[in-house]
Design a protein around this ligand. Sequence first.
Ligand code: UN1
Length: 513
Amino acid sequence: MAKMSKKKIFKALGLVTKQKGANYGGEWFATSKQLLEVRSPTSGQLLATVEQAGARDYTRVMQQSQKAFVAWRARPAPKRGEIVRQVGEALREKKDALGALVSLEMGKILTEGLGEVQEMIDICDFAVGQSRFLSGPTLQSERPDHRMMEQWHPLGTVGVISAFNFPVAVWAWNTALAWICGDTALWKPSSKAPLCGVACQNIVNEVFKRNKLPMGISAVVIGRGSTIGEKLIGDKRIPLVSATGSTRMGKRIGEVVGARLGRTILELGGNNALIISDKADLTGALASSFFGAVGTAGQRCTSTRRLIIHEKVYDTFIKKLIANYKKVRIGDPLDPQTLMGPLIDEGAVKEYENAITAAKAQGGKVLYGAKVLTPPFGRRTFVLPTIIAIENSAEIVQHETFAPILYVMKYRQIEEAFRLHNDVPQGLSSGIYSDSVAEAEAFLSYLGSDCGIANVNIGTSGAEIGGAFGGEKETGGGRESGSDSWKAYMRRQTNTINWGGQVHLAQGVEFQS
Ligand code: UN1
């Protein structure tokens, strides 16, 4: 595919250089007068200016979302699924442009930008099928001639807060499910990738309009966390907030939504490790470690941050890994030759530098990288992917740095590997490379990984949409995407029906005058 120009991307996705930040179908609007400059992480070029949504805009959007919910929930679920099918089709049509926009605005390489749009298409397909199967069990009643069952009903307006690193897919995981479940969705995209938010909303607006559906089933507010974000999480009309971001942000959301007894799905920091056994296929382990640590410039929640390597294979493995690192082509993410693009901004580079300084001070030894590159395109956002040998207990290793820094360490006994693996505050994704059935099964057992995702002979990143996605401990809890994650987007109702005519009290209670 020839490199798509900014002009072409903007045209295909209905983007303008002076954008307004609120929409629920129809025209974009904003009244805050607070401007957000959107710059390319690669070149620093001003891509667009967004006038952010203010408090009044939020109120307008929210009211419309609530109104739309009343109509949308009455539509049969398979008919809602039909709309999501059309959204999937529209995404197929726009895949090249949207994938290129992700790459342009956020900096991941094009194949990964396209992969992200593919995740959106996949979740739409998944949701279409699921729309005919929002099922609950029939249960056995202890009372004669009674039946019990469970039903699932639409929940309301679901708030979605997404991060810059997956600026489109995570929204789709949430909205495709929320929509088939009969909910409306109100999205606050990351201020670091707002144009992706605009583009997605433009795509679905067309589908909703064509089907003559009420406006507000999909709504977007681009605005500051301190104003719009706080309004959204504190809003009692939002029964579920699904948020992706840092643990610090998640704690705040958990606190505010919890105080009003709302529900959350939080997908926060990961500190994902891959154990590489002496019984592993090292070629596979190498490819998976390389993609996990260097892919998306280390800016996935699922990025591999730690390698726990058996001492017998450690030296050989590290040598090969360094050889791979030396060949990483760093540059313009839209150039098909590039393997690693920039970090999102200068702030992220600072975090990268701080982490390396801390690692060195805490006994770490840099094996490769640790260098900010002279700006090839005018912005100080390019770094070398880095490998550091260090103890797991070092303070910096316990912390998620959103950059391509890989900490490597040795183990002798598999139990020790498991202990090191779990000895971090986070619990998102994990993996073991081993051809020993016993080791692999133990890793998946209660003795092994304490993460929400645990893989065998696969890396930590790049999960499929069919599985439930989320983690434990400081990763926040809750699941998005596949399996039965849809249940979080509905309210469960237990029904007991007496068809026999006689009144029976449960637990054998007698109550007659
Ligand atoms: C994220 O980084 O927030 O498993 C999501 C993966 C992707 C999703 C990552 N499918 O790496």
